[in-house]
Write a protein that binds this ligand. Structure first.
Ligand code: AHG
Ligand code: MN
Ligand code: MN
Length: 339
């Protein structure tokens, strides 16, 4: 198949819209706006090092983490693009303390979608020219269209997601997304600024031999995780597994998605619930993982069934190949039972 025969992302979005008889096209417009914002951020990420965009911004975000200039830039690009095109009624971002209400002008009056976003994931990798990403999640609002959005519109369990996706700004830039009907991946041709369908109907292998975890935190890990790591390192059958950890969830997840593997960010590190955020990172990745035949868990329960209670809530995260996640869960459960 040559590039000319691959559908573009724009064509694909329209083609999928035609699958729904009563579709108003609103979700298609929203996805197209995300595509546009992605290209703008990609352009800047690729120039990092040449323009004055590397380094710290000089402030901390709502999580008390140092913001990088690109964190702030990507956040602005996504918020401005989505709000100016009036395709959403509200946005919640990892970088903002509170959600943003998009004022109801004529066009936006009936907007029924909210977006939750991690505008730049893996930001500690920016200055060293290692892949970073973006993660997004889309829900239908619960409150009445035409009225201001409420916190409840954002605090929905992940099983209510309408769409979710991630972008990896890597050796090539890829956008991977699902609307609940499988997962498709698109690669950007930077010369002409067009995404092409390069990875149709992505499936994560049921088994794998990669485990991704920040082992520097080993001493603080729960006993179940420590024992699972030991299991990964034992010489037996396909084991020992390979350890790969980039420190950018998008990139680690993407590699495991293609090759088979497990990503773990457990509890018991500096934060009792781990580091990753349920709404901006875990729910969208869990939706994509399940749609690709994989699994996502907090060690005991399905991520997508957790009822969120706050916007910036964190949760332990075990995600990837189905059999690997189930094995890690078995170690967690055995430890719990032995207490
Ligand atoms: P962000 O840059 O959006 O804050 O996310 C970073 C996350 C995730 O992408 C990555 O896997 C993890 O934090 C790395 O954390 P450690 O440095 O603690 O391993
Ligand atoms: Mn992140
Ligand atoms: Mn981030």
């Amino acid at each position: 198949m040559t590039q000319n025969t691959h559908p573009t992302l724009g064509e694909f979005i329209i083609q999928k819209q035609d699958d729904f008889v009563y579709s108003s096209g609103e979700l298609s417009r929203l996805l197209s706006s995300i595509k546009l914002a992605t290209k703008i951020v990609n352009y800047k990420v690729n120039k990092a090092g040449l323009v004055n965009i590397l380094g710290e911004y000089g402030e901390e975000n709502v999580q008390g983490e140092r913001q990088q200039k690109l964190d702030v830039y990507a956040n602005e690009v996504f918020i401005d693009t989505l709000s100016q095109r009036e395709v959403v009624c509200g946005i919640a971002s990892e970088e903002n303390e509170d959600y943003i209400e998009i004022p109801c002008t004529t066009n936006a009056k009936n907007s029924k979608y909210v977006v939750l976003i991690d505008p730049l994931d893996g930001s500690s990798n920016i200055d060293v020219n290692v892949s970073v990403g973006t993660i997004f999640s889309i829900y239908r609002r619960i409150s009445e269209p035409g009225t201001p959005v409420t916190q409840e519109d954002f605090l929905q369990p992940g099983n209510q997601q309408v769409a979710a996706g991630y972008i990896v700004y890597g050796t090539s830039t890829m956008l991977v997304y699902t609307t609940g009907n499988g997962v498709n991946g698109f690669t950007l041709n930077p010369g002409i600024g067009t995404f092409y369908l390069s990875h149709p109907d992505m499936k994560i292998p049921e088994d794998g031999n990669i485990y991704s975890i920040n082992e520097g935190n080993y001493a603080k890990f729960p006993a179940g995780v420590k024992k699972y790591i030991k299991y990964c390192q034992e010489e037996e059958g396909e084991r020992p597994y390979t350890s790969r950890y980039i420190g950018s969830l998008c990139s680690d997840f993407h590699r495991n998605m293609l090759k088979g593997g497990i990503y773990i960010y457990p509890s018991g590190t500096n934060n009792p619930n781990g580091k990753l955020r349920l709404l901006y990172e875990c729910n969208p990745m869990a939706f994509i993982a399940e749609q690709a035949g994989g699994k996502a868990s907090d060690g005991f329960h399905r991520i997508l069934d957790i009822q969120p209670t706050e916007l910036h809530q964190r949760v332990p995260f075990f995600c990837g190949s189905k059999n690997m996640v189930e094995k890690a869960e078995a170690f967690m459960q055995a430890e719990k039972d032995s207490q």
